[in-house]
Design a protein around this ligand. Structure first.
Ligand SMILES: Cc1ncc(COP(=O)(O)O)c(C=O)c1O
Length: 393
């Protein structure tokens, strides 16, 4: 697990004056951000409050209309005409569902961080022949690596699917999913492309249909800024056809069964009704902001975080050109004591995440997804600089 620390050449030109750009004026009803960890993220009070509505029966017309509304809005977020499943689970549940429905025998898992490693572990746990292709942490999975691994594996027989994590939350690296999907289509048209966008979905444009993906999964508690407990996946017709031929799909996550109920705007088992209500309010808020504006805000916050890091004596852990726009992994070039930093930040009702695994102490992660606005980051950066001045001054 090695990484190169990248510096200012990775960062585009962004003048501090642009931080005050009119497009990114913080909404008046937004409380100051507390959580700069890469999920769970702060939830807007209106979204949180929606959970307090009285309970309804899960086989009611009211539930069907709530479910139908959210499904249509989720399709807009996925830029898809395909089905979108909503399940009461976290993202890991859908990593498992993806493998159980899409893979009869063999899957290639591209592993460039902790969550892509989890998908490999899940694949092994589901009893599949799972080939892990290790890519150094802090670097992206590239189409050339996918082509090489796929060609190699195809020599021994068909490959049912590949898995790749779009946004490795453990390192702050975004992999080029569009190019990877195009490569898989060219090299092995029957291989399904399964993508995890747990920490980027709705913060970054991920057009499911245009890129020809087969599955794109996410969780509620990251850029969507809904409390934890729901997970979503857009699923292609090709995957549904495959699932029909795969045995041992299980029951709770059987896509054929989920699809049958989805067509009636409901779920086979009791849905997480309060979370669905929060989701409904949050989807309205997201679409009111506008998807393109939302993507631009996240891109701006990513750029701002990278610029702040490299101009203030820190470095960036992510491979240059593949930095995430929802989480920045800052190399701790000033040797700040992480525990003390977070205690200091907690005094100002803020929190960042430590570096993941071997990067603990060597890096820290700033989540800038969901309800984070540039003004929130300015407040955070000022506090970190105040802490550093006190520690080092
Ligand atoms: C990229 C990625 N994939 C999967 C997961 C697991 O998601 P969950 O915690 O919702 O099960 C996470 C969690 O942080 C993640 O960041």
């Amino acid at each position: 697990m090695t990484a190169t620390v990248h510096s200012s050449e990775a960062v585009g030109k962004l003048s501090k004056a642009r931080w005050e750009r009119a497009d990114f004026v913080t909404p008046a009803d937004k409380p100051p951000q507390r959580l700069f960890v890469p999920g769970p993220t702060d939830v807007h009070p209106a979204t949180l409050a929606a959970q307090g509505a009285p309970m309804i029966g899960h086989r009611s017309e009211e539930l069907e209309s709530l479910f139908g509304k959210c499904s249509a809005q989720l399709q807009a977020l996925y830029h898809t005409e395909a089905r979108v499943f909503t399940v009461a689970a976290s993202g890991s549940g859908l990593q498992e569902a993806a493998v159980r429905n899409a893979v009869s025998e063999r899957v290639i898992n591209f592993v460039n961080g902790a969550f892509s490693q989890r998908w490999h572990d899940v694949s092994v746990g589901c009893g599949k022949e799972a080939i892990a292709v290790e890519v150094p942490w802090c670097t992206a999975v590239k189409a050339e690596q996918v082509e090489e691994a796929l060609q190699g594996a195809l020599a021994d027989g068909p490959v049912d699917a590949i898995t790749v994590v779009h946004n490795e939350t453990s390192t702050g690296v975004a992999s080029p999913v569009e190019a990877i999907a195009a490569c898989v289509r060219r090299v092995s048209p029957e291989t399904l492309v399964l993508v995890d966008a747990v920490s980027s979905f709705s913060g970054v444009r991920l057009p499911f249909d245009e890129w020809g993906l087969d599955l794109l999964l996410t969780s509620s508690q990251k850029a969507l800024a809904v409390p934890p407990g729901l997970a979503f996946a857009a699923v292609s017709d090709r995957l549904m056809e495959r699932a029909a031929a795969v045995s041992n799909r299980g029951w709770y996550f059987d896509f054929l069964q989920l699809d049958k109920y989805r067509q009636r705007s409901t779920t086979p088992a009791t849905p997480a009704i309060s979370l669905m209500r929060a989701l409904s309010v949050q989807l309205d808020r997201i679409l009111d902001e506008g998807l393109e504006a939302r993507y631009a805000r996240h891109a701006f916050c990513g750029q701002m975080s990278r610029e702040w890091a490299v101009t203030n004596g820190f470095g960036l852990m992510a491979e240059s050109g593949y930095e995430s726009d929802t989480v920045t992994t800052v190399e701790n070039g000033r040797g700040l004591e992480m525990g003390d930093l977070n205690r200091f930040l907690e005094g100002q009702e803020m929190q960042v995440a430590s570096g993941y695994g071997a990067y603990r102490g060597k890096a820290f992660r700033i989540g800038h997804m969901g309800e984070v606005w540039p003004s929130d980051l300015e407040r955070l950066f000022a506090a970190i600089e105040e802490f550093a001045a006190g520690e080092q001054g």
